[in-house]
Design a protein. Sequence first.
Length: 468
Amino acid sequence: MSGPMALEPDGSAGDTLSLRLAEDRSRRRRLPDDRTLALRQPHWGADHAAVDELAAELADRIGPAVHAYEVAALLESEGLTAEVIKERYGHPSLFSLAAALYERVPRTFPEPARPADPWRPDHVRCALRGALFALPGLAYVLTAPLWHAERAISVLVVAGLVSWAWGQALGHRAFLRMTAGRREAGRTLLKGAPLGAAVATAAGSLVAGSGPAALAAGAQSVYLAAAGVLLVLGGERLLLAALTPMIAGAAVLPWWEPGNPLRAGLPLLSLLGAVATAAWALRAALATTPAPGNSRPPLRRSLPYGLFGLAAGSLVLLTGQDQPYAVIVLTVSMGPAEWLLYRYRGLSVAALRATATPTAFQLRSAGILALCLCAYLLPLLPAALLTDSDPAPLLLLAAALWTALLLQAFGAAWPPAGVCLVAAAAAGALTLMDSLPVVEALSLCCGVAALCLTACVLRLLGRPAPHA
């Protein structure tokens, strides 16, 4: 025989083997080793290939997790049951598999999505509005030979100032009513536009009496009322289509004399087109469903906007007495001015997100104001030189008007109205008393107004609250 039993000298090999087996069983009960645990507990052999495949599939969602418990919640949302985890991935529990996945996938924290600019301007619309502010001036070019210029100019100035003041106040009130729906804005325009045209016509008739000048004042007032309706309701393209006959007539003047019937007929056709399209836009607005919670804001809220329109119109007309081409440049620039108002608001919101302290935001806000002002004023300099206009009053007036419009865009209406009224009154008084030439009086008054309004912008809009 061979083996251990053959080595026992006393022939008690069987008893010795029994004792050894009993001792081994006793030792296993007292101090279990790895082999004993392997016999008593199931062995979880993880399927590394399956786990790697799951990690690759869910990597974009596991990477941002900051704890394995987040991965466990993800696995639960994927519908993995305990049976699937044991059979397919070889892990005893959900948390075991989650820990393995959390270790396999490196941490990734992607940047949050950049929010869209809430004040992104409509480039085409702003450019079109700038053209529409200037194109009506072609009517004066066409109809000038039909009435006596000296008296008619004063008539049109009076009627125009009334229309500008009324239009600014009415436009503001219509935009306030727009919060209750287009129907309420349409009702406001339907009541206010004809009344404004009648008031402006009456003011012009008091100066003109009767005759062609009074008719011109009435036509101008009706057009400005219709154009105001279309601009508030977003009908810029309709207004451009209505002005097409007048634009065509003015375009052929350098090569062909249209004659008095066409000189009067083409602007009249454009006027009728503007009134018809305004009526159509009003009808469409009134057909919309009214919004709930209809509350009427007080009329006094629109008063400073009307006063600003009166002051701005006076300053522009004073500029036109000595430099008519400067007025054309200024009116065309109103489109880019509106575009820059949107850009200022968008850049301010971005600065609010990028700064951590009020002082840092104030400094960045001042830089944004300087950037927008330079972007508006610099193109006006070569335009003034090309039209043989003095750039000083044009640039200072443009700066005063843009900063005033910026304050109005944030609801600060009285400071720009008061500053511009004082500037217009001072410039008019200096001109009437012959204390200063028109150019110097405008430069002085508009320069002071621009400085005051810029200080107001830095003080009122240099805080985070208006942009939040």
